[in-house]
Design a binder for this molecule. Structure first.
Ligand SMILES: NC(=O)c1ccc[n+]([C@@H]2O[C@H](COP(=O)([O-])OP(=O)(O)OC[C@H]3O[C@@H](n4cnc5c(N)ncnc54)[C@H](OP(=O)(O)O)[C@@H]3O)[C@@H](O)[C@H]2O)c1
Length: 295
């Protein structure tokens, strides 16, 4: 594992969704080799067959189920959720382990939560804090998945949260907010993908292992995102805010809210000359690109 130079890796991607394709585009722009696998990850045979056929030196797993239109879907599709998010993830990590391949798992930070009051007083969660949140079936599947894979020596586990990019994809937190008439004035961690995804690839290329809170430093507020949207792309935008309890009453399962510590991530990426941008700078850049694209 990691015997070739960082620049000469062959990447294989499981999952062909939003984040997988954003990573693919970055790799192609860098002139790297990336194979997009069509395997269903709950099938060990399919996963093994892809790995032995393509002989990647790096695997990235972006395959998972979050449900449509939102994670409430998982409440009614428990087995499907387990097969993708637990069995599938274990299959990928374990087969890579047996074949000596470094694997990057895109995981979730929604395995911690604090109340609105607690969040004001408690320090951000570090990677060393034991995850505990399992209030929704989605979070439970993510929690069990992380607990199952975290000791594998070939694993880089990146916990993302509220991903943000310069597009209007349905999974993009900005795209979601723009569809709502009322938003909750919440503040928490978010992953500004255009700045962070190239960093994920740096970590993968250097065969870094362990768990990292893969979020942008600082706290991102929904109201700030709406204000930036108004400034850059929707001058006529108006919105109302409502309290968290009112939002939760419209959902099947509770949601997590948390602030994650980014010290470990920033320090590690700095070792490779990669600077993680702070919240405001990273967000302004995203909205500037959206404005340039005419979104
Ligand atoms: N977007 C978010 O808000 C968010 C937040 C935190 C973490 N994450 C994590 O980030 C990762 C990528 O998210 P995303 O936004 O890119 O999601 P996405 O667009 O829904 O992509 C997920 C992809 O995984 C595939 N998939 C699901 N189950 C699979 C299975 N068993 N075998 C093979 N492929 C499977 C889906 O294909 P099919 O539709 O064909 O099944 C889809 O192409 C996921 O692990 C997600 O949980 C996302």
């Amino acid at each position: 594992m990691g015997s070739n130079t960082p620049e000469s890796q062959i990447f294989l991607m499981f999952g062909n969704g939003w984040i997988a394709n954003l990573m693919k585009d970055i790799l192609l722009e860098q002139g790297k080799t990336i194979i997009m696998s069509k395997a269903r990850i709950e099938s060990r045979e399919q996963v093994l067959s892809e790995l032995t056929k393509h002989k990647p030196t790096r695997v990235i797993n972006c395959a998972s189920t979050r449900g449509t239109p939102n994670v409430d879907w998982c409440e009614d599709h428990k087995v499907e959720t387990v097969r993708s998010n637990i069995l599938g993830v274990l299959n990928v990590v374990d087969t890579c382990f047996q074949l000596g391949i470094h694997v990057t798992q895109i995981g979730s930070a929604c395995i911690y939560t604090l109340s609105e009051e607690e969040i004001k007083h408690q320090p951000p969660f570090k990677e060393t804090d034991e995850p505990f949140y399992q209030g929704s079936w989605y979070s439970r599947s993510r929690l069990l998945s992380e607990l199952s894979i975290r000791h594998y020596s070939n694993l880089l586990l990146l916990r993302i949260r509220l991903p943000i990019a310069a597009d209007l994809h349905k999974n993009n937190h900005i795209g979601r907010l723009l569809k709502y008439e009322k938003i909750v004035d919440l503040t928490g961690s978010g992953t500004v993908l255009p700045n962070l995804l190239p960093g994920a690839l740096v970590l993968s290329e250097h065969a870094v292992t362990g768990i990292y809170n893969f979020v942008t430093p600082g706290q991102i507020s929904n109201v700030e995102l709406m204000e930036l949207a108004k400034k850059y792309i929707r001058p006529d935008l108006t919105w109302q805010t409502f309290v968290l309890d009112d939002m939760l009453s419209t959902l099947r399962a509770p949601r997590s809210n948390c602030i994650m510590d980014t010290t470990k991530l920033q320090k590690k990426l700095r070792e490779y000359g990669y600077e993680v941008k702070e919240r405001r700078e990273a967000l302004e850049e995203v909205f500037q690109i959206m404005a340039e694209k005419g979104l």
